[in-house]
Design a binder for this molecule. Sequence first.
Ligand SMILES: Cc1cc2nc3c(=O)[nH]c(=O)nc-3n(C[C@H](O)[C@H](O)[C@H](O)COP(=O)(O)OP(=O)(O)OC[C@H]3O[C@@H](n4cnc5c(N)ncnc54)[C@H](O)[C@@H]3O)c2cc1C
Length: 348
Amino acid sequence: MHHVDTIIIGMGLAGCTMYWSLKNAGFKCVCVDSNLQNTSSKVAAGMFNPIVGKRFTTAPNAAELFSSAKKYYNKIEQLIQQKIYFELPLYMPFQNVAHQNDWSLKMPQLKEWIHDDSDLEKILLANYQSEFGGFLVNKTGYVNSNLYVNATLDFCKKNDELLIENVDYAQLNIEDKTYHNYQAKYIIFCEGTNVVSNPFIKQKFLNLAKGQLVCGRISSALPQIIYNGKIYIIPTTENEFICGATYEWDYINNEPDEFGKNYLINELNKVVKFDYTITDHKAAVRPTVIDRKPIVGNIDSAHKDIYILNGLGTKGVVLAPYLANLITENITNNLEIPREFSITRFKN
Ligand SMILES: Cc1cc2nc3c(=O)[nH]c(=O)nc-3n(C[C@H](O)[C@H](O)[C@H](O)COP(=O)(O)OP(=O)(O)OC[C@H]3O[C@@H](n4cnc5c(N)ncnc54)[C@H](O)[C@@H]3O)c2cc1C
């Protein structure tokens, strides 16, 4: 029997962040992942933006969340020796006059997030349509979540902490906390959308949303600003970009399809002033929760050492470090996890 502190099942954004959080606390882990390629974390654009939606809302703890996420990813960059965290200003165009007016009312409360740079705005407007104007946001950017996950898997592999396989739930004993020949103190489930196959989780809490993205290339230099309107356009190199994303609640499969591609190209053509070629097209299903809050904590009151981290949704890259840390602090210092994240809010 190999003795470890934790078995982590599923190594997407949730599992990888759980791994680093526990490793930082001195834990020995063994991670199990099926290494699928079309998972949410491997497809996601990884954008972060504190100002959300048509009503320009921000989380009450946004300043703290964003600064600790930045520190977290910068620390991981040193450990994996790869750049994964990219800070870029972000432009939010107004959709109409009412949207403009809403912004004038909201703006005084959001001053700390506004990026005041008229030269940058001129560059933006030379490349993108913006009939009603807009504003620039700072402390925004993207995490290359595909690279983050793959580099973390490589790190675990080198440390002999990774089993590449589809977990065999029949071999997993959550009373003894054993899996094959591993004996652990804790088990943490991070299977994303695949949690529906987990026989120990009875609640149905996911409201899945398929998302599609296209990647493109232009021959000249792209302004190094994220455009975030009905669609977003993220420059990933001097002349490459990612454009997303669709939100599809009724879908037949998780493959890229003509509907998604045509929608994105149609929206791109309304917005950009440059010529481009499409170089790639991807799709995955987001593990979003019915009430849009993540699932963090024990799987039930009878299993104090068995946890779940799921439902990261569209703010996954910023939330993951904070939420993983809640579990680590619960294990190491007995700090309570906010009840609003508990899986028990859903009936069996
Ligand atoms: C198109 C698109 C765009 C997005 N854009 C953004 C964005 O801009 N910003 C943002 O913050 N978020 C974004 N997201 C959301 C973000 O991707 C998710 O919140 C996050 O990736 C979810 O991570 P996860 O680890 O919970 O799930 P997943 O990424 O699904 O990871 C689950 C892992 O578990 C493994 N697994 C599952 N079942 C088993 C099993 N039985 N045995 C072994 N391994 C198993 C899988 O192989 C996978 O590696 C986007 C998502 C999509 C689809």
